[in-house]
Design a protein around this ligand. Structure first.
Ligand code: GTP
Ligand code: MG
Ligand code: ZN
Length: 364
């Protein structure tokens, strides 16, 4: 693609990665980025001419999709037919945010693609709105997807300085040095700081439980209430979750004339079953992996083996007991998911062969 053509694509997050894969799409295709997904249609932005439009997927494309993970999600780059109406191909994802599909552990569900930064949003209004366990899960998820985490502690207007600093210390103990931003979508605290964390050409994605203020933060960054937040939905009696579809938007830069980065608002996560390689835990549980090389056995699972350096660190109070528990729990979950995924693939192969042999028999 010529450099003049990529200039406006860059603004929408087109990177070297997309450039490299563009050569595989049919000649004359139009590049577009998914900004919202409905059940069988997608809203895309076509950067050339900065046009938004609704598109469908071609039959040939759908035929080649092996499962839901192959369908475009918000943030994906696709190649449209030359009339700009049909999705013909999905470009490989540079990064992704994926979890286990709720209720069906054999499959992954991609929540957003080509994301650079994940804003892990928690509410400072007490209750279950901040939990170490969820932060640990988020950090495994971002490590698995190749996404940089930023912890956002929202609703600062609802907490005392002592409460804020206590939560901050807890978050920093889990991930020393993690970027952390204290915000209030209500009174604007920290919103400009957050804006600086999502620079032009970068894509960020808000993740968090329902009601922590993801849509409110996005509205504050946009400077206008474009997205529905909880109060509005309550008036309309529309269930508990106010956001039902992920959406990608460009946020304005600090000077209203400059453009900032892109932000994806997602529906609240009710559960976060992990999906990814066990290696993702190296990053989210770096402290545990620091002790592991000192275990007597090279393949120590830190579950009561003699000479386990991790267990010793727990006994000495260097690693909190709860942290090792969470680590073992997440490791179990990841390997279980991988196993079921393999079994799923095997069952699929078996069924496919049955079909092939049946057809061959019929032909005889
Ligand atoms: N006090 C206070 N309330 C806030 C703040 N941010 C959001 N809220 C309120 O919290 C409620 C939920 O906000 P939403 O933005 O809808 O939360 P959400 O995370 O998008 O929720 P889902 O879309 O269901 O996932 C609304 O009543 C907001 O007005 C804040 O900084 N301070
Ligand atoms: Mg919302
Ligand atoms: Zn060990």
């Amino acid at each position: 693609m010529s450099s003049s053509r990529t200039a406006y694509l860059d603004e929408w997050g087109w990177a070297e990665h997309e450039n490299a894969h563009w050569s595989t799409v049919p000649a004359g295709s139009i590049a577009a980025r998914i900004i919202c997904r409905y059940s069988a249609t997608w809203r895309v932005i076509i950067p050339s001419g900065s046009r938004e439009t609704l598109v469908e997927a071609s039959g040939a494309f759908q035929y080649l999709c092996a499962g839901p993970q192959d369908y475009p999600v918000v943030g994906d780059w696709v190649a449209l037919s030359c009339d700009g109406r049909i999705i013909q191909q999905l470009l490989p994802r540079r990064t992704k945010i994926a979890r286990q599909e709720a209720g069906r552990a054999a499959r992954s569900q991609v929540l957003a693609a080509n994301v650079d930064i994940a804003l892990l949003v928690f509410g400072l209004d007490g209750g279950r709105n901040f939990s170490i366990g969820l932060l640990e899960r988020f950090l495994t998820l971002t490590a698995a997807g190749g996404v940089e985490p930023v912890v956002v502690l929202n609703k600062a207007d609802r907490a005392s300085l002592e409460q804020i600093s206590s939560v901050r210390i807890q978050a920093e103990s889990i991930r020393p040095g993690v970027t952390l931003c204290v915000t209030s979508a209500r009174n604007g605290t920290g919103i400009e700081e957050l804006r600086d964390l999502v620079p032009a050409w970068r894509t960020a994605c808000c993740l968090g439980r329902s009601g922590v203020g993801k849509s409110s933060i996005m509205n504050a960054l946009l400077g206008e209430p474009l997205l529905r937040t909880a109060e509005v939905s309550r008036i309309q009696n529309k269930g508990r979750h106010s956001t039902t579809n992920s959406q990608l938007r460009v946020i304005p830069g600090r000077q209203s004339t400059t453009s900032g980065g892109m932000l994806i608002d997602t529906p609240g996560l009710r559960e976060l079953q992990l999906w990814g390689a066990e290696e993702s835990l190296y990053e989210s549980f770096a402290d545990i992996h620091e002790f592991a090389p000192d275990c007597r056995f090279r393949d120590c699972r830190h579950q009561g083996e003699p000479g386990c350096a991790v267990q010793r660190a727990v006994a000495e109070g260097i690693i909190p007991h709860q942290r090792l528990e969470h680590y073992l729990e997440q490791r179990e979950e990841l390997s279980e998911a991988a196993l079921r995924n393999q079994m799923g693939a095997a069952a699929y192969e078996k069924r496919r062969w049955k079909q092939i042999t049946r057809e061959a028999r019929r032909k005889r």
